[in-house]
Design a protein around this ligand. Structure first.
Ligand code: ADP
Ligand code: ADP
Length: 220
């Protein structure tokens, strides 16, 4: 299963990715997590990406396409993968298509998590993440068991530099301008499913499960 998790920043992609990777036994490829790791390590890519990320703008397509090419051709992706945060522009979607074709693969399903703007801003400004395993928490909606530590590896949680209200609003705007249009690209193929991303994490998980089993979920 090659699955594409789609939705604006804060829609719950990373949160829902957790059970999907276990359910399907596929790796999660989060371009945001890869970029943040490069920024932390101070690599050439990290230095290039940092300014774009802090402003809530997209990192240039050519950088992202090369990153994905290198990642999805690794052996752990041979049995499928879950993309989170890529593609984010029409050229990225086209490049992905081309590279999958050369290895005899394709995207099987796009799952769109729909969440309203004010809810996104509230989620992003209250988000805390584990710098080690990248799991997300929320100070109201999804608190860690032990204050400010990751439930899984006990690392101290951090607030992302780009999870300020201003940058969150800019990122949502960038999503609707530059990323949302690629939905049409996948709709045409009849592989997109839209899920209401509002409600509790468990409720959304149930909707995602049902949508992927093809029992319900409004065809997008
Ligand atoms: P994305 O990967 O799409 O940017 P995340 O999965 O990191 O989004 O979720 C953004 C924030 O919202 C996190 O703080 C997370 O704990 C919280 N969150 C995720 N799903 C829900 C939900 N269904 N209801 C309320 N808060 C949620
Ligand atoms: P969220 O899911 O909360 O929006 P991500 O972690 O996916 O955030 O991305 C954080 C930032 O990393 C984006 O605002 C952007 O600057 C950069 N980024 C991640 N993926 C891409 C991509 N596919 N194309 C361009 N920029 C990207």
């Amino acid at each position: 299963m090659n699955l594409l998790l789609f939705g604006p920043p804060g829609s719950g992609k990373g949160t829902q990715a957790d059970f999907l990777t276990r359910e399907y036994g596929i790796p999660q490829i989060s371009t945001g997590d890869i970029l943040r790791d490069d920024v932390k390590r101070g690599t050439e890519l990290g230095l290039k990406a940092r300014e774009f990320m802090n402003r809530g703008e997209l990192v240039p397509d050519e950088v992202m396409v090369e990153m994905i090419r290198e990642r999805i051709t690794r052996p752990d992706c041979a049995g499928g993968f879950l993309l989170d945060g890529f593609p984010r522009t029409v050229p990225q979607a086209e490049a992905l298509d081309g590279m999958l074709e050369t290895i005899g693969q394709r995207i099987d399903r796009l799952l769109y998590l729909h969440v309203e703007l004010e809810e996104l801003v509230e989620r992003l400004t209250g988000r805390w993440v584990c710098p080690r395993c990248a799991r997300s928490y929320h100070m109201v909606n999804n608190r860690p068991q032990d204050d400010m530590k990751c439930n899984v590896d006990r690392t101290g949680l951090v607030h992302r530099d780009d999870d300020t209200e201003q940058t969150a609003r800019r990122r949502a705007e960038v999503f609707y301008q530059r990323t949302y249009p690629i939905l049409a690209f996948y709709r045409q193929r009849g592989i997109s499913v839209e899920v209401d991303g509002q409600g509790s994490i468990a409720e959304v998980r149930e909707r995602v499960k049902r949508a992927l089993q093809g029992q319900t979920g409004e065809a997008a």
